[in-house]
Design a protein around this ligand. Structure first.
Ligand code: GLV
Length: 318
């Protein structure tokens, strides 16, 4: 089926119908790029790229000539950690400028929800109880953001704009530091930054260094009764340590948007735990039209032999 002017790709996901969700059926609009579901592929050897979200364990096996695997989301952990993906396959990702704003809105919402005690307000409403709580200055709430990538930095800007006392843990010093924000840099930045914090927001990429980073040691450094906003990846959270921190009151609760298994199984105890606020991985998502544009762009770069402008640094892990 291959011709020199046409490039073939495959859509790989265990959890989503990518073609429908992201409008990846280019049809007549892009005669040079043909994206197929696995059951539509008749000549696997012609497949040169894959567009992926949580590909299954054997997803890449049928395609011997794959040159590029692209994540339709910002995270590439599911590709870089995939044992079936050859190391010489270039990894790319969608870069959607809207995602950082979505993340910032979500994070500010959760911090304010905790800070202004909205759960108590909801209980008061049921009892028709007008009972304002004393107002505290936002600057009295210490919030730390783990990670200063495009998502982390947007959250930091938004939290600082409404007056919270914001710290950041990042590996390298920021290129454009925000006045009034405290930056902790280097290999110990996470441990140093969380001391005495009331809220910790995790936006770290998932790498070998960051797996289980939300653990007993980190929780013990927070202020008593702190709140966790977990919008990184499920594998960042050491779940037994997390439950212990909730039981001891070291954490008063958490907002969880990402999980080790997604969708979160119906019988998972997190669903019933009143200390948790659970959302289905919607803190941010890529816009379908941007996914479609950037998958086309990357496929055409591959077809023409141009450098892949959306590739990630595999050694760094993001
Ligand atoms: C969301 O988690 C993404 O990777 O885009």
């Amino acid at each position: 089926m291959a011709t020199a002017e046409r490039i073939y790709g495959v859509l790989l996901s265990e959890t989503m119908d990518l073609k429908t969700y992201y409008s990846l059926d280019f049809g007549g609009a892009a005669p040079d790029v043909c994206l197929l579901n696995p059951d539509e592929v008749t000549r696997p050897e012609d497949i040169r790229f894959a567009a992926c979200w949580l590909p299954g364990p054997d997803a890449f096996a049928p395609y011997p000539n794959l040159e590029m695997a692209m994540s339709v989301g910002a995270g590439v952990d599911a590709l870089l950690n995939h044992s079936g993906l050859n190391k010489d396959v270039a990894v790319c990702r969608v870069r959607d400028p809207h995602q950082a704003h979505l993340m910032a809105g979500y994070a500010v919402h959760e911090v304010v929800h905790f800070e202004r005690e909205f759960p108590q307000m909801a209980r008061n409403q049921v009892a028709a109880n007008w009972d304002p709580l004393p107002i505290r200055a936002p600057a009295d709430l210490k919030v730390v953001v783990l990670g200063n990538g495009s998502m982390g930095a947007a959250i930091v800007r938004a939290l600082a704009a409404v007056g919270f006392a914001v710290s950041v843990a990042c590996r390298r010093p920021p290129e454009d530091p925000i006045a009034g924000v405290t930056y902790f840099t280097g290999d110990n930045s996470v441990a140093e930054s969380v001391v005495g914090m009331n809220v910790v927001i995790n936006t770290l990429p998932l790498t070998a260094h960051t797996e289980n980073v939300l653990n007993a040691n980190l929780f013990s450094r927070l202020a008593k009764g702190a709140w966790l906003v977990q919008i990184g990846r499920g594998e960042h959270l050491a779940e037994a340590d997390f439950i212990a921190a909730l039981e001891s009151g070291q954490l008063s609760g958490a907002t969880l948007d990402v999980f080790r298994t997604e969708p979160l199984p119906a019988d998972h105890p997190f669903w019933q735990d009143q200390r948790l606020r659970i959302t289905p991985h919607i803190a941010s998502d890529t816009m379908p039209h941007i996914v479609s544009e950037q998958v086309l762009l990357s496929a055409r770069e591959l077809l023409s032999g141009a450098p892949l402008s959306l590739s990630v640094n595999s050694a760094q892990g993001y």
